[in-house]
Design a protein around this ligand. Structure first.
Ligand SMILES: [Zn+2]
Length: 66
């Protein structure tokens, strides 16, 4: 399975930045889930992350939120 192209990542990130909770997958047209991981106070090296996972093709895109 090929990962998202850069332009597909940008489209997804733009949707998330706009506050879309279930952005449309640019690859398969399925709905994506946006999972936000909070920084844990007891594990200082864990940073806020956002993971976008498509329910259709199961591709994921992870990025640092902070
Ligand atoms: Zn997809």
């Amino acid at each position: 399975m090929k990962p998202f192209h850069e332009r597909e990542k940008r489209a997804l990130l733009r949707s998330v930045a706009d506050g879309v909770e279930n952005p449309v997958c640019p690859r398969c047209g399925g709905r994506c889930s946006v999972i936000r991981t909070r920084t844990r106070a007891d594990v200082s090296y864990v940073r806020d992350r956002v993971v976008i996972r498509c329910s259709g093709c199961m591709r994921t895109l992870a990025l640092e939120a902070g």
